[in-house]
Design a binder for this molecule. Structure first.
Ligand SMILES: [Zn+2]
Ligand SMILES: [Zn+2]
Length: 303
């Protein structure tokens, strides 16, 4: 988690943002004012960002973009940077790109296809099973959340590979999900691997009311990062008015979705100590944790 604050940055919390790293590649979710500084504090290299996924175009989620884009230019980035977001991305990015001026790398606006985008199509160093998809959320402006998946192939079967005449040097590539040509014939990963195993799923909700699409996206997620702007149940009407979520509603979403872990973020500045409110929702979803700037975890395949 790069930042965990809603609306305005405070001395303790940068604006809500998160970074997902996988095989040395990276996705930055949202980029409010000060995100680049917060990334440095969190020990996350700006230059590992391949894709910036914006949840919506409120200032607290995008005002950091011109600075971040310029800094990447100053650090002599040359490989392309992708940016995706809801609604009319080109229109939303127009003033930002004009402010940013010239940079020595290409900025590519990226529509996410229905059903998700294999990230290896952006850069071959992403693992074959990594993908990003978006789902609509309910906020005051067009908004969406993101679901990152890392699929896991079935167990490799050396006997089947030998029977098909696949040389050992290609085994690893097939295990990574890449079809190989052997003696002019294509061998698919499924030809030499058992049934697919459970992969990894991370969901970043963005600003939203609790909504069915978020619950559906978070089904079985290893980690759900959900906004929880307001800590107290009494704030539910205000949360509804402004298109936000309370601690309890976030925990209920995670419970209903059968997620494994929930991290809360996007705290109102009135929530001075988020941890202090966890006991008020005890039992709703026990694997609830409050986010803080620099909080991190590593997720691994089962077994
Ligand atoms: Zn916000
Ligand atoms: Zn917002």
């Amino acid at each position: 988690m790069i930042g965990t604050s809603a609306l305005l940055p405070t001395p303790e919390r940068a604006l809500a943002s998160a970074f997902l790293a996988c095989s040395g590649r990276g996705i930055l979710f949202d980029c409010g004012e000060g995100t680049q500084t917060a990334m440095r504090k969190a020990g996350v290299s700006l230059m590992k960002t391949d894709l910036i996924a914006l949840t919506h175009y409120h200032g607290d989620h995008i005002f950091g973009l011109p600075g971040l884009l310029q800094t990447m230019g100053s650090l002599e980035r040359t490989r392309p940077l992708y940016i995706t977001g809801p609604g009319d991305l080109a229109e939303a990015m127009d003033p930002i790109l004009r402010l940013t001026d010239w940079v020595p790398y290409e900025i590519r606006l990226l529509p996410l296809p229905e059903g998700g985008l294999p990230l290896s199509s952006l850069d071959g160093r992403w693992p074959a099973g990594a993908s990003l998809s978006a789902f609509p959320t309910v906020h005051r402006v067009p908004s969406r959340g993101y679901c990152f998946r890392l699929a896991r192939a079935g167990r490799f079967d050396p006997a089947r590979a030998r029977a098909l005449g696949v040389p050992q040097k290609l085994w690893g590539l097939l295990q990574r999900g890449e079809p190989q040509t052997v003696d002019g014939r294509v061998v698919e990963p499924a030809d030499v691997c058992g049934a697919a195993r459970r992969g990894i799923k991370v969901v970043y909700g963005g600003d939203t009311l609790p909504c069915p699409a978020l619950t559906a996206a978070a089904a079985g997620a290893d980690l759900l990062i959900c906004e929880a702007t307001y800590a107290e149940d009494e704030s539910a009407p205000m949360a509804e008015q402004y298109g936000h979520t309370t601690f309890r509603q976030a925990a209920e979403t995670a419970a209903e979705a059968g997620a494994k872990r929930l991290w809360l973020t996007h705290f109102s500045q009135s929530v001075k100590d988020p941890e202090a409110y966890l006991e008020t929702i005890a039992g709703v979803f026990p694997a609830t944790e409050c986010g803080f700037d620099g909080k991190r975890t590593a997720l691994y395949f089962e077994d």
